[in-house]
Design a protein around this ligand. Sequence first.
Ligand code: FAD
Length: 336
Amino acid sequence: MNKVRVVVVGAGVIGLSTAVCIAEALPMCSVTLVADKFSPDTTSDVAAGIIFPIEFPDIPLERQKRWIKDSFDHLLAIAHSEHAPDAGVMLTSGCQIFKEIPANQKPLWSDFVMGFRFMTEAELKRFQGYKFGQAFTTIKCECSSYLPWMEKRLRKAGGIVECRKINNLEELNYDIIINCSGLGSKMLVGDDEIYPVRGQVLKVEAPWLKNFIRCGDGWTYIFPGIHSTTVGGTRQQNDWRLEADQDDAKKILERCSELEPSLKRAKVVSQQTGLRPSRRNPRVERETVLLQGRRVPVIHNYGHGGWGVTFSWGTSVDVLGLVRQCVSEIQLKAKL
Ligand code: FAD
């Protein structure tokens, strides 16, 4: 029997994870990945890449826990392997601090990260005005390395990669279409629920910093990485500006230096801005679309907001399950 032809639209962390997951698990499928932008020009390249989940309001908790666990296990295996430096995946320890004690002091993710504990008063003393803190070890996945590494992994598994813009799903003549176009889904599938949340960060040289610090409101963070330290940030809803804003940059450096005064000495290497593909809940589901008279399964995997790296492998495993269903249906139909 001929191979089942699968196309994945999108070469950010979601598209590449989905394509690799399918190409490695389903030899009866041929996988083509199509995108108009690749690393280093995707939103995923801007992410600090901290594996740090939130709870989505309408997705069953069991499903969200599976997403977190699958992602965490997948990335931890890479972090512990010889591939870690090429893939840009490392363990990282640090803290999240709060000015007011949060309602949920021990959130869902506390069971997945390592060594979760509340900070002591002595540890908090360093951060003036902060009353509560959580210390833990998690994973940092640097997409500027991870995406090219995943693209190589895809090609090794037989995947084909094409650079082009898709204006309409009708342009795709495949058995199964998988939409991982992030914010592009607004145009590609007419989703009005998706919107940008602008994030600006700076990469600085501060090799003496070893531990991350994140403020509970998500606006201020310092994440030391393999090649540089990411300091941020902004969370501006419905702001489509991709250029760096110098006022934002100044405020980011001020806020971060308040937490970590030694940052005043750090050299700024670059500035980056990305638009988080935000939605009330990510869309990970299957539908059937009539394309040129053919009923084609379209599987969506987009809208991960500020948590796409975190949920990337987990939601891809869900998509793999949906592709398996589609493949059995296609094979059954072929036999009839
Ligand atoms: P993208 O990376 O935007 O990729 C979309 C892909 O689809 C691109 O290849 C694009 O070219 C393609 N595409 C779109 N439309 C079309 C079309 N019509 N035709 C062809 N191709 C198309 N997440 C975390 O988990 N941890 C973090 O620490 C973190 N920090 C962040 C910090 C900042 C400042 C920002 C901005 C984001 C951060 N995120 C973080 C969020 C994370 O970056 C996103 O959730 C993630 O990148 C979304 O990935 P994606 O693959 O869906 O989208």
